[in-house]
Design a binder for this molecule. Structure first.
Ligand code: GLV
Ligand code: GLV
Length: 360
């Protein structure tokens, strides 16, 4: 192989490996056992000559690494993730390294986990499972694990991009004929015309069949969603403007029995404030895939019965993870071969939001 490409982790499937090897690349997959590589570990991997790197969301891709990659002749970096808050894109630009991410293939998989957590929280499935396993079930009772009926309630989506919109469609239409028929309220800086059309069309279908139509509303502020929705799912990108978007004050404005789902990034939620809110409001329930100090949970969270916690697995389906690996390889390969990276967060993504301008 003419080009040296490094992957900081082994990734699912073989397609990504074959793609690189068939195209003149010598691939090195890091075999280091520890879960999270430090900047120093990665500098050592890059070495003196490296044309491109496939990295992970747990790694700090800032000034230091892009300088090292550029010095080693590197032209391309791809995160194996749609989110790229771990990547300093300005630093990459400065050192002439193209950056890629892996949107699209994880949209439905991630939305399905958000929907699973919503249902699990609504029907208290994890609590009830623990109760069974503990041998506590001694007969049917009218009050046992009473949860929420989603039908006719309102689902709130904060960030109606690819994942947020897919989740919204699932909760309203559920990819089935019937669906949960939830009403939708969403907040996004840009209008999601496609999502609005979907829900409008389904509402018309229900009305034509003599049923209560579902409704949608684009909220003028996030607080409107927090106040009105029964189930709220967070799908923004993490940046300065969304850090601690959910905090003590915003939690206080939510319904006492609301359900909050986070499959975006941990720091979008002030987790200390969340633990306190969960303690004060036993009927408030939360489903979390991401944490502020990942892999750690803030003290107390793990003991809360009204919290469901899973270890950042939202994109963890075989199809999606293999797809992400393939996209990451194509991003790096494309750039090495002189094409633009496949998915560059700097470029407008036509699938993201038809009304959003390119990121600044
Ligand atoms: C996972 O968290 C991703 O951003 O792809
Ligand atoms: C519950 O099992 C019922 O039959 O109502």
């Amino acid at each position: 192989g003419k080009y040296r490409v490094v992957s900081t982790k082994s990734m699912p499937g073989t397609r990504w490996i074959n793609l690189l090897i068939e195209q003149d690349c010598r691939l090195e997959i890091c075999t280091e056992k520890k879960t999270i590589l430090s900047v120093e570990d990665i500098i050592a991997l890059i070495g003196d000559k490296c044309d491109g790197v496939i990295g992970q969301l747990t790694e700090d891709w800032g000034e230091t690494l892009f300088a090292a990659l550029s010095k080693a002749g590197g032209k391309a970096f791809s995160n194996m993730a749609v989110g790229y808050n771990n990547v300093d894109v300005n630093a990459a630009n400065k050192y002439g390294v193209a950056v890629g991410n892996t949107p699209g293939v994880l949209t439905e998989t991630t939305a399905e986990l958000a929907a699973s957590l919503s249902l699990a929280a609504a029907r208290r499935i994890v609590e009830a499972d623990g109760f069974m396993r503990a041998g506590l079930y001694d007969g049917w009772l009218p009050h046992l694990f009473v949860g929420n009926l989603l039908k006719g309630q309102t689902v709130g989506v904060i960030g109606a991009g690819r994942i947020g919109s897919a989740y919204a469609r699932m909760m309203v239409l559920c990819n089935t004929v019937e669906g949960f028929k939830m009403n939708l309220i969403y907040f996004d800086l840009y209008q999601s015309t496609r999502l609005e059309k979907f829900v409008t069309a389904y509402g018309q279908f229900l009305k034509a069949n003599g049923e209560q139509p579902v409704t949608w509303k684009r909220a003028s502020s996030m607080s409107e969603v927090l106040q009105e929705a029964d189930v709220i799912s967070l799908h923004p990108v993490l940046d300065k403007t969304t850090y601690h978007l959910i905090n003590k004050e915003s939690l206080a404005t939510m319904k006492k029995e609301a359900i909050l789902i986070n499959c975006s990034r941990g720091p979008v939620v002030d987790e200390v404030a969340l633990v306190e809110h969960l303690k004060q409001n036993p009927m408030f329930r939360v489903g979390l895939d991401v944490f502020e100090d990942e892999p750690y949970m803030k003290p107390g969270l793990g003991e809360m019965k009204n919290a469901i916690v899973v270890p950042h697995i939202a994109s963890a389906s075989k199809w999606t993870r293999e797809g992400m690996a393939t996209l990451a390889a194509l991003n790096v390969l494309g750039k090495i071969k002189g094409y633009p990276v496949w998915h560059d967060p700097n470029r407008v993504d036509p699938f993201l939001n038809e009304n959003a301008p390119p990121p600044a």
